[in-house]
Design a protein around this ligand. Structure first.
Ligand code: ATP
Length: 588
């Protein structure tokens, strides 16, 4: 796993720094906890006074009745404050999760608000969030693990910081010896908590990673289930899933065992400490060195010095998974924008990735622009040969350029570079606008850049909905007539615009999906303002009539066109042909 900058204080400073909701919540929490601390002391004092009055045999006097009413009010007040704290915590959890979810989604989609927040740009995306299944786990059940952090751990932590302090001071004022005893033993509980925390941290992190691995594995198997079934290998996967599931179970049980054990240790330390205070009070009461009222007050109050700390220790386990999740979230948000943006980026699922857009970057208009690739090459880590060897080519405005070459020579990679999905390893893409200004693609706002591109990938993306809805993705405001014309010119007059389309175009043939994507690109040029078309084998698998239609549409588009072509007819139509050399074969 790539190391990520993890924040390991009692409170994750990144959450406090980046979320106003958390800061506001902490302020409210501290106020509520201080009120609770006051009520705890008041409650102990009232109980002590009622009981000592009872022992003195003064009967149910007016003072006793008043104390009992006040005691009832204090108990009700504590209940009310507890309820308020729960409500505030739950609200904060919802707000923070909502904020993190939208920040992560925006970062993955390239909007990158996270990069403007506090991204140092030094962390890299953890391998735990490098696949779509991991992202789904992270944004769904993953972020929900922040609930215990906000609902249980943080309120308790604030109580643990305020209540013991108030209790120690009150006890010290009433009985200095007990005050000193509590003040000396309290840090012991903290020391044990820290020790337990260190052990727990690794355990819970391991458990979270096991859960992510399980979801990865499961999603991979589901993806390949059809192939596995056809080749009779699906049953073998049962064993794999069972093994990963078993590992997850073992990690969960280990984390639970540790949680129970550490609660026991904290209880023990706290009980021994209270016993020390009780023994000293008992002896002094017997010897008559202390009043019953003071003794009772300290005895009732002493456990409350330890209780919040013990509980914070217990809730630390509930929150630990949330902290591991926060690490993954901030690994995405703090990653250099491009790395995170690879998630949705075209075909590419590995490095080198493209980058996210930057709102302040330039965005020249592409109408009439010349796009030049200067010695652009792309190499993927771990590969001995470049995916695209150093290539130079010029896309002249309004011309159709055909890119040819054997399979695997990097044609689609070159298209990915132009789409901004993949950053060149060497070389650069230069844009010379109609007025003669030149720009480097690396400096441009990619969202604006892509808005002027019409793209037909080798495997077109199709969303659930209708044919027309999919075609309109290129130009949402286009009329029905425009959609029909685009479908006709893409050689797809047979595709009814209102026909239902399933997710991924599962109910369309490969040829229908391709023609739908061509229609979408045509509409983007005609009504969406695109000035450049990038098409990756748009006529593969089409019948001669449809192919003829697509070729004509490309010729008539009157924009700059780069078409990856294997078919001779498509190449023959081009104004310029750029052949890429066969990839180097390295035999080791
Ligand atoms: N994400 C990736 N990670 C590593 N290698 C990759 C990645 N994408 C592509 N490649 C490799 O880069 C090389 C070029 O791939 P590319 O898809 O660009 O070729 P192509 O010329 O378009 O091939 P075809 O004509 O078969 O579509 C191939 O060897 C491919 O295996």
């Amino acid at each position: 796993m790539t190391p990520v900058a993890s924040a390991r204080g009692p409170i994750d400073p990144r959450l406090v720094r980046r979320s106003r909701a958390v800061r506001a919540y902490l302020v409210v929490s501290i106020v509520l906890a201080t009120l609770v601390a006051g009520l705890v002391v008041a409650q102990a004092w009232l109980i002590a006074s009622v009981v000592s009055d009872g022992f003195e045999g003064s009967g149910v006097t007016e003072a006793v009745t008043t104390a009992l009413v006040a005691l009832a009010a204090v108990v009700a007040g504590r209940a009310l404050l507890g309820w308020l704290h729960t409500v505030v915590s739950a609200r904060a959890a919802v707000q923070v999760k909502q904020q993190l979810r939208s920040e992560v989604v925006a970062q993955l989609l390239g909007g990158s608000p996270g990069s403007t927040a506090s991204g140092s740009g030094t962390a890299s995306v953890s391998s735990a969030v490098s696949s779509s299944s991991a992202v789904v786990t992270l944004l769904g059940p993953g972020l929900d693990k922040l609930d215990p952090y906000f609902a249980k751990y943080l309120p308790q932590l604030v109580l643990a910081l305020t209540v013991p302090a108030v209790v120690v001071v009150s006890v010290f004022v009433a009985d200095p010896l007990s005050g000193v005893t509590i003040a000396v033993t309290l840090p012991l509980v903290v020391v044990f908590m820290v020790l337990v925390g260190y052990v727990t941290r690794d355990r819970t992190e391991r458990r979270w990673r096991a859960l992510v691995r399980l979801s990865h594995h499961f999603s991979d198997v589901l993806d390949g289930l059809v192939v596995l079934k056809v080749f009779g290998r699906s049953r073998n996967q049962t064993k794999g899933i069972a093994e990963v599931g078993e590992r997850n179970r073992r990690e969960t049980m280990g984390a639970l065992r540790l949680a129970f054990l550490s609660s026991f240790v904290l209880e023990l330390v706290a009980s021994i400490s209270v016993a020390l205070v009780a023994v000293s009070i008992g002896l002094r009461l017997v010897e008559g060195h202390m009043t019953l009222m003071t003794g009772l007050f300290v005895l009732v109050l002493a456990p409350d010095a330890y209780l919040p700390l013990r509980q914070v220790g217990a809730h630390f386990h509930d929150s630990a998974e949330g902290r591991a999740v926060a690490d993954d979230v901030y690994a995405i948000l703090d990653a250099p924008a491009g790395r995170a943006s690879r998630f949705p980026a075209g075909r590419a699922s590995g490095f080198p990735a493209g980058r996210a857009s930057g709102a302040s970057r330039d965005h020249p208009t592409l109408a009439g622009a010349t796009i030049t690739l200067e010695e652009v090459s792309v190499s993927y880590p771990g590969r001995t040969t470049p995916a695209l060897a150093a290539t130079s080519l010029t896309l002249a405005p309004g011309q159709v350029t055909a890119l040819t070459g054997p399979s695997g020579c990097g044609k689609s990679t070159l298209v990915d570079v132009l789409m901004g999905f993949v950053a060149p390893t060497t070389g650069r893409v230069v844009v010379r606008t109609a007025d003669g200004t030149t720009y480097d693609l690396a400096d441009l706002d990619l969202t604006a850049w892509r808005a002027e591109l019409a793209w037909v990938p080798q495997v077109p993306g199709v969303l659930a909905g209708t044919v027309a809805g999919n075609v309109r993705l290129g130009a949402p405001d286009a009329s029905d007539r425009d959609v029909l014309a685009a479908l006709r010119d893409a050689g797809a007059p047979d595709l009814h615009p209102w026909r239902d389309v399933h997710e991924g175009g599962a109910n369309l043939s490969a040829g229908e999906r391709r023609r739908l994507a061509v229609a979408r690109a045509l509409l983007r040029v005609r009504r969406g303002g695109a000035a450049v078309m990038l098409l990756d084998e748009p006529t593969a698998g089409l019948d001669p009539t449809s192919e003829q239609q697509v070729r004509r549409a490309l010729r008539d588009a009157r924009v700059t066109v780069l078409v990856v072509a294997h078919r001779r007819a498509l190449v023959a139509d081009a104004d310029a042909v750029v052949p890429l050399p066969a990839p180097l074969v390295v035999v080791s």
